[in-house]
Write a protein that binds this ligand. Structure first.
Ligand code: ADP
Ligand code: MG
Length: 249
């Protein structure tokens, strides 16, 4: 069971888009996937058209069984969704003992999935600390521009710090360059830097800027359902193949 935090403290870099389409592609290949939505904006719920009774708050604060908070949204894809109650959950969690491992303890008996993907919020919050201390791996989507590269560096440092402080091992096992435009000089330059600066960390092929990916959340579908021959679908298919064959310790 691979537990992967899709994380970057910068917003708008494609975390949620990656979580949804990676889950969809892996599920198509027969893997069982659980998505944990840790962003109170509820983007996953909107994008996948989920209207659930129970959510992340029910599990983290009301201590309800994780299985009872899951909603099956497609064949092989379950989600523990979030909405604006998550903000309240975070405030409550902040006052609790061992507040950084609440998620880990809540999910400790969950089995039966091949992949657990955590869609993380754009911050260095208690929720993200919880995500990193539950996950064994982190995938960092990073936009191919100056601020994207800067955020990537900061994220790598942050993960290092969390690992050291909590004696945890969450390995960065994929950098995913996003919002790539091959005709744009800045994109090309920063993509090149991403490929050379972080020796030893696997890096996927870039996810290109694609209007179908931008339209996707409104459709309530994954990119494979919405526009299966788009560039966005092609790029995410490649990513799914890479992840599915990845050997991890
Ligand atoms: N490759 C892409 N090309 C064009 N738009 C994209 C692409 N990836 C994501 N988007 C759009 O950009 C916005 C931010 O993406 P999102 O996945 O929500 O980022 P994050 O979760 O990191 O905040 C969304 O409107 C999304 O539809
Ligand atoms: Mg998001």
């Amino acid at each position: 069971m691979r537990k992967i935090a899709i994380i970057n403290q910068k917003g708008g870099v494609g975390k949620t888009t990656t979580a949804i389409n990676l889950a969809a592609g892996l599920a198509k290949r027969g893997f069982k996937v659980l998505i944990l939505d840790l962003d109170g904006q509820g983007n996953i719920s909107t994008a996948l058209n989920i209207n659930a009774e129970k959510d992340m708050y029910s599990m983290l604060v009301e201590k309800q069984e994780p299985e009872s908070c899951m909603t099956e949204v497609r064949e092989n894809i379950s989600v523990i969704p979030s909405n604006d109650t998550l903000e309240k959950a975070e405030v409550i969690m902040s006052g609790q003992p061992s507040r950084e491992t609440i998620l880990k303890r809540a999910l400790q008996d969950v089995r039966g999935f091949d992949y657990i993907l955590l869609d993380c919020p754009p911050s260095l919050s208690i929720l993200n600390q919880n995500a990193l201390l539950y996950a064994d791996e982190a995938f960092i989507p990073a936009s191919t521009d100056f601020l994207g590269l800067d955020a990537l560096r900061k994220m790598l440092k942050e993960i290092d710090t969390i690992n050291n402080v909590f004696s945890h091992e969450c390995d960065v096992t994929m950098i995913i360059p996003t919002m790539f435009d091959g005709r744009n000089k800045t994109c090309k330059e920063h993509h090149k830097l991403m490929k050379t600066e972080f020796n030893g960390i696997p890096i996927s092929e870039p996810i290109r800027i694609n209007s179908k990916l931008k339209e996707m959340p409104k459709s309530g579908k994954t990119i494979f359902e919405y526009a299966n021959s788009s560039r966005g679908a092609q790029d995410y298919k490649k990513l799914v193949d890479l992840v599915a064959k990845q050997k991890v310790m």
